[in-house]
Design a protein around this ligand. Structure first.
Ligand code: NAG
Length: 344
């Protein structure tokens, strides 16, 4: 308007435009103010209606919130795992479509037909149509990713598929994963080196992803930053320049030990005592403690412990199980000399 050659006086035109704008805004505001009560009413009604409907829907179909199946499908995986899920389902698609559809024809024709099908648009479409169909957990996320990265999947398909899809997409294009035994934003080697992280006895936090700190979470029995020493309660049963094997101390050991067997314990657990000749040996509580069991019970010793069991119902106190082990007979029972037990 301003540059319209028909306009001689720019400022007049400006004023006209201004005026027009002001009028328009005023009218719009006026419209809004007038419409507001009914607008609010309509919106309120709509909200109530949808909420009411949603409410009845959820109460009638799923009374206890989303079903297990549903929450499984809506689960969310971290970025690298999600990308792997996508490339895995794509791989499944490749497998699904790898068998010849032209079986039964003559070999040469089939070969030719299959050869062109292998890298064809038709096959890609078939794969893409069924992406995520077999995915159980986080299926919704899978479908979202498939949609978001449709272009990239096509690009990989048409660019000759030289690299594995996972490496190309998840490590390269999307940069959410790293090669195995590398971690973090810059994909640096895990603690202990990418060759054998955590000395082969632990998991590197963030292994294969752009996350984590690369620290080792040692397997049971291993300890230290590198998992290259034995944890308390374990001893080195084998060690050479490259290999370490830690084994559990004897079950009666309390804390560390210097090797296998009861004699190597630094200390014994409760219920065991240190014997100068045999190391940790069981304490027979039933004999060591006169009142190990009280009342109508008898004592059974076990390794490192003991238990109290109920006497026979004919007994009032006993030394073992059965009516022939009574100390005294219970009320309404009398001792039978011949049988050697309490009888009714
Ligand atoms: C591992 O080593 C640390 C430091 O030496 C120690 O505090 C911790 O108790 C050890 N853990 C086990 C299970 O041996």
């Amino acid at each position: 308007l301003i540059t319209d050659p028909a306009c001689h006086h720019q400022h007049i035109v400006m004023d006209a435009v201004h005026l027009q704008q002001i009028t328009c805004v005023t009218l719009y505001l006026l419209f809004l103010v007038m419409m507001q009560p009914s607008l609010i009413f309509v919106m309120l009604l709509a909200t109530l209606l949808t909420e009411g409907l949603a409410g009845t829907a959820t109460t009638t179909i799923t009374p206890k919130g989303p079903s297990k199946e549903e929450s499984k499908k809506s689960a969310k995986l971290p970025p690298c795992a999600a990308c792997r899920m996508l490339t895995d389902t794509f791989k499944k698609g490749l497998e699904r479509t790898s068998r010849s559809k032209f079986e039964g024809g003559d070999a040469a024709w089939e070969e030719k037909k299959m050869g062109s099908y292998k890298t064809s648009e038709v096959r890609l479409v078939e794969i893409q149509e069924n992406l995520c169909s077999e995915v159980d957990r986080a299926q919704k996320q899978c479908q979202g990713l498939a949609e978001d990265h449709e272009r990239l999947l096509e690009e990989w398909w048409h660019e000759g598929q030289a690299e594995s899809l996972h490496d190309w997409l998840c490590i390269g294009k999307l940069a959410v994963c790293c090669q195995a035994h590398y971690y973090g934003p810059d994909c640096v080697p895990c603690t202990g080196g990418a060759e054998k992280p955590c000395a082969g006895h632990g998991k590197c936090k963030g292994d294969g992803t752009r996350k984590g700190n690369g620290e080792c979470q040692c397997d049971d029995g291993y300890n230290s930053t590198l998992c290259d020493s034995c944890a308390t309660g374990y001893y080195e049963s084998y060690r050479d320049a490259t290999k370490l094997l830690c084994s559990k101390c004897y079950r009666a050991c309390n804390g560390p030990c210097s090797g296998a067997g009861p004699k190597t314990c630094a200390a014994c657990k409760d219920g065991w005592r240190m014997d100068t000749e045999f190391g940790c040996v069981d304490v027979d509580e039933c004999h060591a403690m006169a009142d190990a069991c009280t009342g109508n019970q008898f004592c059974i010793n076990s390794d490192g412990s003991f238990s109290c069991l109920r006497c026979d119902k004919s007994c009032d106190g006993c030394d073992g199980d059965g009516p022939d082990m009574c100390d005294n007979c219970a009320n309404s029972f009398t001792y039978d000399q011949d049988k050697g037990m309490c009888i009714d």
